[in-house]
Design a protein around this ligand. Structure first.
Ligand code: UD1
Length: 424
């Protein structure tokens, strides 16, 4: 297993180009299952989750071809889907595999999708996706660890759905299912994330009739057939946010290009509150300069346009370097403070009480061996390593490879002392 070795203490300076959004690429790739025609996707980042999604589509007998130059793009064709199944081997490495459920139900009226490893529907739920599909006329059961779904009379029908809780992939699944359903679907309490809007933009280009993107109510009029299209995914706002924090935490000066500043409002506001200078240079470029002294700022994660849960670990790293107290409240996921115990081992002063972490700073962090526990936790640990004394070794970096394209090369390009150590 590969590791990262980081020697902290370098202020990052220079320019970093942001890749396409992993969380946009996943649903738009799944949406290619909705048509027999060719779908061409641009700006797909080279990260492991998207290789997993390609394998998943290929397993269903879609043709996926990838071209790396001039930029990475995918051509997907699914003329016939005679294997409507997402197997455990792929689903266990990527929960977002559930995004194939909606398109499969829409296109072939049936699907068999493994439940993610080690979880029951109740404990790590996709219950809202399933409840909504049931409202649309699906019969759903679970057997041998698989969700087995079938549309009555082979086609889903429009329904009035109110999500009890805002779910991003749930909204995306139902959008795709409803696009080919019989009649109109109204989806209330829908997610408003930019990645949901990106999917709507692509579905519209395929011929779908959707209104209300960017609002909590989506209205989808089902059509008989969708056609092929070409689409460029939006920039990755979480990667951009991670580099903004990297510039701020190292008291550096970073210019971030190919990003979408309008998606980074909450992160920008918190960084400024913490004392960093963040500037929107133009519609695709931002610049961050760290302050001599960072100050504590409280953060509560929320659905978009609030502060993203996927930026919480990175912000906790920043809070360890800020003077005073920062209260970080995680309101989206249970048990998403695993990075905190590793930061405490590095010398951070953090106490956890349920959904709240209280960080007192600044603390001089010292390098040690730490374990990455999930994708964004790993990003938080990398940021902590950039300001730690001495050498830091991060194990299990396969988590970070799931979602950050060439992170070592990008950080080295702006002066970080980081390398990948290939392991056995
Ligand atoms: C997506 C993102 C992930 C991000 C998360 C929250 C992708 C591929 N992943 O994940 O990076 O951290 O949004 O912004 O886009 N829930 C239920 N029942 C359900 C579905 C969700 O109770 O059927 C709960 C979850 O347990 C969680 C909350 O709703 O507490 C939000 O989850 P959700 O928005 O569904 O997250 P994902 O779509 O899986």
């Amino acid at each position: 297993m590969d590791k990262f070795r980081i020697k902290g203490g370098k202020a990052l300076r220079g320019t970093v180009a942001i890749s396409g959004a992993k969380n946009s690429a996943l649903p738009v790739m799944a949406a290619a299952l909705l048509t027999a025609e060719k779908v061409t996707l641009h700006n797909i980042p080279k990260v492991r989750d998207l290789i997993t999604m390609s394998k998943l589509l290929a397993f269903m007998h879609a043709n996926v071809s990838v071209t790396e130059f001039p930029s990475s793009h995918y051509v997907i064709e699914a003329p016939k889907l005679n294997h409507a199944e997402a197997p455990y081997e792929l689903v266990k490495t990527m929960r977002a595999s559930v995004l194939t459920l909606g398109p499969l139900m829409a296109r072939v009226g049936m699907a068999r999708v493994s439940l993610p490893g080690g979880c029951a529907i109740g404990a790590r739920p996709v219950d809202l996706h399933l409840k909504a599909l049931e409202q649309m006329g699906a019969e759903i059961g679970t057997s041998h660890g698989y969700i087995e779904a079938r549309a009555l009379k082979g086609r889903l029908k429009g329904a009035h759905i109110v999500f009890e809780k805002i779910t991003v992939t749930g909204t995306e699944n139902i959008l795709m299912a409803a696009a080919l359903a019989d009649g109109e679907t109204v989806l209330e309490n829908a997610a408003r994330e930019p990645e949901v809007t990106d999917l709507v933009v692509m579905l519209r280009k395929m011929g779908a009739q959707i209104e209300g993107d960017g609002t909590p109510t989506l209205r989808i009029r089902g059509v008989e057939k969708l056609h092929g299209t070409e689409h460029t995914v939006i920039p990755d706002r979480i990667e951009a946010g991670t580099f903004l924090v990297a510039g701020a935490i190292t008291a550096g000066d970073l210019t971030i290009t190919h990003c979408a500043p309008e998606h980074l409002g909450a992160v920008r506001a918190k960084l400024e509150q913490a004392g960093a200078h963040v500037e929107i240079v133009n519609e695709t470029t931002m610049r961050v300069r760290g302050a001599k002294k960072l100050v504590g700022a409280d953060v509560a994660t929320e659905e978009y346009p609030g502060f993203a849960t996927d930026m919480q670990a990175q912000f906790m790293a920043l809070a360890t370097q800020a003077e005073g107290t920062s209260v970080i409240t995680e309101k989206i996921f249970e048990n998403r403070f695993l990075h905190a115990s590793e930061m405490i081992r590095m010398g951070a002063n953090i106490s956890i009480d349920g959904h709240t972490a209280v960080v007192h700073g600044p603390a001089q962090l010292s390098g040690t061996t730490v374990q990455a526990s999930d994708l964004r936790a790993s990003a938080g640990l990398v940021l902590a390593g950039l300001v730690a004394n001495g050498e830091m070794l991060i194990e299990r970096v396969y988590h970070i490879d799931r979602g950050y394209e060439r992170i070592v090369e990008k950080l080295r390009g702006v002066g970080a002392d980081i390398e990948r150590v290939h392991g056995a």
